[in-house]
Design a protein around this ligand. Sequence first.
Ligand SMILES: *Cc1c(COP(=O)(O)O)cnc(C)c1O
Length: 424
Amino acid sequence: MSASADHPPTAPDALEPVAGATPAAPSPTLAELQELDARWVLPTYARLPIAPVSGSGAWLRDADGRAILDALCGIAVTSLGHQHPAITAAVQEQAGRLLHGSNLTHLEGPLRLARRLAEGSLGGAVFFTNSGAEANEAAIKLARRHRRGGEIVSVHGAFHGRTYGALSATPQESKQEPFAPLVPGFRAVPPTAGALREAVTASTAAVLLEAIQGESGVHVLSDEVLRAAREACDAAGALLILDEVQTGVGRTGTLWRHQATGVVPDAMTSAKALGGGMPIGALIVGEHLRGTLQPGDHGSTFAGGPLVAAAAHAVLDVVEAPGFLERVTALGERLRTALAALDGIGEVRGAGLMIGADLEPDAAERVGGAPALVRRLALEHGLLVNATGPTTLRLLPPLTITDDELALVVDRLAAGLARGPRAA
Ligand SMILES: *Cc1c(COP(=O)(O)O)cnc(C)c1O
């Protein structure tokens, strides 16, 4: 069975309300929503002028019925598309039984999910969180428990989240500088084998890396760099921790990115796609680290509840089905080839359906930069993608996207690239 065969109809005119969903109330206009946003929400986000009210598969639909092809997935979250029937059913069923049971009790869904995640990766054990940043916080605490007072090494271009520990491992001036002082004991080096070998010493607690850097523009760390990090950590007795928050759960064509590299970390973090849209993250450790965090060392009231665990089981059922990940790999190769052939696109990077594409300088100038292009693609061409910088696009389409929809992503991007910016 092809990965898309059990997927809901995805043509824009075939959108139907999900069975059992409450009919939407009359929707406010975009201008009304923008007013609410400007008046009542702290202005940390630059939002696109679109207002989705429903979704199905690869499509979002706004209140006017306009369909937008979603090649971003809420930044790698709704990786099985919107309202995947298996996720919707699992969440509805669990919501009818028990929403929250507390980590002070035994809950079958989350406990089985822990086994499933560990068995499918590092073999040890799991700590659940509500987000990627929190999963990295847990990983940082694990590292400091492993080597008391030890340094955490990360690399330039990394993104590990916005909370203080994760931010301290995110060496980007614009994100860190306004919030100094950061957590002490963090160090950033270039993402090269030599720099990592030099940085990792007997006072290093852990090296924290994304095998593919997502937020900085989809930069793949080479197997050589990952191997050097692994060897340096082994020699120094430090932990290698991979942040698989964006790369994991099938996004890059294997369940976890590290499985395509031959490098096995001591611990890894997951979130984003794990719940298919529900907020769940996890720290997964190897067997040798199952005793590192002690009773009382860490906790979270909400984390690993039965509702989010039900969603995660449904996600894994789909991603682990025979043939699913092979199709992601094939689609990714096709999409990267098609993007690289587009007029105005320079380097194309990534693995599976995690893809970065640089605009060529003349194209960047013509369209007014990647952020302006993204805005215009959403407004005028019905395509949702993301800009990670002034000249870089990021595409994270649903892993369940159909062949026709994938071709449409390329067509719409080409149409957007072909035109100059709108008159102001
Ligand atoms: C998104 C992301 C995070 C942060 O996840 P949140 O759920 O936003 O806290 C951390 N690491 C990587 C690699 C990410 O892509």
